[in-house]
Structures are given as structure tokens and as C-alpha cells.
Ligand binder design. Structure first.
Ligand SMILES: [Zn+2]
Length: 244
């Protein structure tokens, strides 16, 4: 099981679901610890370089991977980067608006990164090479854990019921990742999804005729049920017909 510690660098949004998430392939050690950003950006457009983030973030402890969450733009305007010493940084910059527009909880993005890096850590021989050293993503958007999401808006496809696509599964097998791990991750990431209300509203949008038919049937059944209940109440209040 791969162990993570999560820290916040600067202000980050409130994350639900994260601490209560159960996984058999990774664990999160302790609560999120907060650190302040003590330097201005060192790149154009207020971006922070890997080098600077690496200096501002705390050192890794006994955990396998330290995940740093922040709100500032990262190098090349990526949303997640590996910065050395088994540390990675993920930003909510621009991602928060994209996910909010799609009614996807922000913690889904963090979970997606945790699962992806669990596999990347294992396939690299229990280490996390930097973003500049190793690429694991494919450019095509498939709703897969390993989508590059060159256009950030595509992140919504892999933050609601993400998958491990066929080619990535094959690549993981070639890199000696066990069937149990691949199957375990595939099963668990099926639970990364929108909240119930938004899943229902998505379904209504996709199946409008069926939704109208079901709601009409429900209205008829409720009407019939109401009539039966009224008859029953009437029979209790007036059990015998009045004598003539
Ligand atoms: Zn893939």
C-alpha cells in the first residue's frame, strides 16, 4: 500500500470526502497540514516554477509520496507536477472553476491524482520521477487516469467515474504491475463520481422522455394511493352507514 501525506501551501478550498475515502491501494497519513507561501512567483503570468515550489514545500517524511496542494499557477500552467524527492504539487488554479461548472467535487481531482500517482510510483520501481524526467500520460482524452488533459477543460471526463483505458492497462502489465492492483484500482476509481443529486439531474438530461414517463407514472400511482388512504380514513371515521 502506497502512503501519502497531504499538505496545503497557501489557502486551498475545503475538501470533502478525502479523509473518509477508503482504499486498499493507498492510504493518507494524518490530517492536511498548512504552510504559508513565503515568496512571490518567479515565472511569467504569476506562475511558480518547480524549483521554487520545491523550496517552499516541506520536506518529505517517512511517507512514500508527499502531495502538496495549492492555489497558485504552476510551471507551464499545468495542474499537477512532480518536483523531486517523491513529492508532487497539485493546484486548484483554473481547476476549481472547471470542476464547479461540471458539478464535480474538488476532492475528486485529488483522488484522481492519488490513484494515478499510486500506479506511477509502482511502475517506476517505488519512486516518483520528476515531470521533466518521465511522462506517463497520453494526449487523447479517454476519461482515463492517464489522460494528459492538455486542454484543462477535459479534466471533467476523468473526475467522474474515471477508468484505466485498455492501452494503459496493457502498459501497466508490461511494467509488472499485478493484476490485483490494476483490478483493485479500476474498481475503486468507479466510486469517484458526482454527488447523487447531480447524477440524477444528468440522467434526466440524458433521458428526458423516460424521465417524463416515470414521473407521470409516479404521479398516477401517488394519486391512486391518496384515494385509497382517503377511503380508509373515511371508513374509520364513519364505520357504519346511518340508520334510515
Ligand atoms: Zn489511458
Amino acid at each position: 500500500m502506497v502512503s501519502f501525506r497531504i499538505v496545503a501551501l497557501g489557502d486551498i478550498p475545503t475538501l470533502t470526502k478525502l479523509t473518509s475515502w477508503k482504499s486498499k491501494v493507498f492510504r493518507i497519513d494524518g490530517d492536511i497540514q498548512h504552510f504559508q507561501i513565503s515568496a512571490d512567483s518567479d515565472l511569467e503570468d504569476w506562475m511558480y516554477s518547480d524549483k521554487l515550489i520545491s523550496r517552499l514545500a516541506p520536506s518529505r517524511g517517512p511517507e512514500d509520496i508527499l502531495l502538496v496542494l495549492t492555489n497558485v499557477p504552476l510551471e507551464s500552467n499545468w495542474y499537477v507536477r512532480r518536483i523531486g524527492d517523491n513529492r508532487a504539487v497539485m493546484t486548484f488554479h483554473e481547476m476549481r472553476e472547471i470542476l464547479n461548472d461540471s458539478n464535480i467535487p474538488l476532492s475528486n481531482l485529488v483522488l484522481r491524482v492519488l490513484y494515478a500517482y499510486t500506479l506511477v510510483f509502482k511502475r517506476q520501481g517505488n519512486q516518483l520521477q520528476t515531470t521533466n524526467e518521465f511522462s506517463y500520460a497520453h494526449d487523447a482524452t479517454k476519461g482515463c487516469l492517464f489522460d494528459m488533459t492538455g486542454w484543462k477543460g477535459d479534466i471533467k471526463y476523468s473526475c467522474h467515474r474515471p477508468i484505466i483505458c485498455t492501452s494503459c492497462s496493457q502498459r501497466l502489465r508490461e511494467e509488472k504491475i499485478s493484476e490485483e492492483t490494476i483490478h483493485g484500482v479500476s474498481t475503486e476509481i468507479g466510486g469517484i463520481r458526482k454527488d447523487l443529486y447531480f447524477r440524477m439531474s444528468d440522467w434526466v438530461r440524458e433521458q428526458p422522455v423516460l424521465a417524463i414517463a416515470i414521473s407521470s407514472l409516479a404521479a398516477i400511482l401517488l394519486g391512486a394511493l391518496g384515494s385509497l388512504v382517503a377511503s380508509w380514513i373515511w371508513s374509520i371515521w364513519y364505520p357504519c352507514p346511518p340508520a334510515s
